[in-house]
Design a protein around this ligand. Sequence first.
Ligand SMILES: Nc1ncnc2c1ncn2[C@@H]1O[C@H](COP(=O)(O)OP(=O)(O)O)[C@@H](O)[C@H]1O
Ligand SMILES: [Mg+2]
Length: 350
Amino acid sequence: MPETIDTRFIQYLEDACGASVSEPQIIQHLWSGYGVCFRATLSSVNTSNKRFSKPTPVVAKCVTPPDVLSHPKGWNGEAGHNRKLASFKIENSFYQHLQPLTNQDCYVPRCIAVKQWQQGSMLVMEDLVSAGFSNTTLTLTVKRAKTVLAWLANFHARFLSFDASTVLKDVDVWSEGSYWHLDTRQDEYQRMPKGALKTHAATIAMRLANAKYKTLIHGDAKVANFCFSSDFSACAAVDFQYVGFGIGVKDVAYFLGSALSDEDQRAHGESCLSDYFTLLKQALTQRNIISPNEKTCLNTQQIDELIEEWKYLYSFACADFHRFLAGWSPEHWKINSELQRQTDIALSQL
Ligand SMILES: Nc1ncnc2c1ncn2[C@@H]1O[C@H](COP(=O)(O)OP(=O)(O)O)[C@@H](O)[C@H]1O
Ligand SMILES: [Mg+2]
């Protein structure tokens, strides 16, 4: 029997959209009991509301945090709790202010409503199934992985060099994108075994943070956060809780580690990375052609310099993620021979 949805959540959705809700269906519960993600159909309750005059399929991400006072973990729990609360706020802000700046080549579901209340929030989005992205998966072939690399290249190109202080002044994003960023993972850092990766953790994080060329990165670009067209030739991304500034290869390193087997990473990692850079260059050049006077455009020399810098920093991005895993879950399957090899490359360059 399908799990029924708490009627409070249905009520929140009706209130947020001023519409009636039918066919609610749970997709999944949010990580550690923070709420639920569900699909439903919205219809207008009266004829004056033209917005949902046609039944509209939506996905709602409803955040209802557990009571932290009843959590027995003290400061550890509290750091994680605060990070999660911040991440939902950031995701909502991203959908309201930045999703409209995305395009077909880095598709993100349209935002229908955001509602905030004292402890929780609700994000209502277009259902990607109705936009033609009906497939989800947990692993990809190398060929299919390239669909995501194209999405990442276009997203990174889209937000590259946006002047943070002006364009993003009302938008809440992480100053360092990704959920494993060292500043927000001190508990995991403390738990790491002694060794070169721990000793140099801060230096590695600094190398990434001090990169000359930065963009907005997705911050949690694992396969599960993409929905694909039926033939896997196009995709859209969801789950922007950890979107923020950073270098594009942070997303690429994490994505390849989540999508490909260790063997595929060893055999095809280089060609995947090279495809990503080709697509990034194309997207950046295209942007120059479409809007040559936009002050955020990079010239050819700058594009080459950026690619040079990000290529060099790829192994540092791998090592930085490895640092998080080594403290959080030292036996994790993502710590494989390729991650170790890239980590060794980074450490040898310090
Ligand atoms: N707008 C959407 N359209 C279709 N499916 C979606 C949409 N948003 C989320 N999903 C599905 O729901 C899952 C959970 O959403 P997500 O935002 O990733 O939550 P979580 O933070 O729990 O990972 C996603 O992996 C995706 O399969
Ligand atoms: Mg997710």
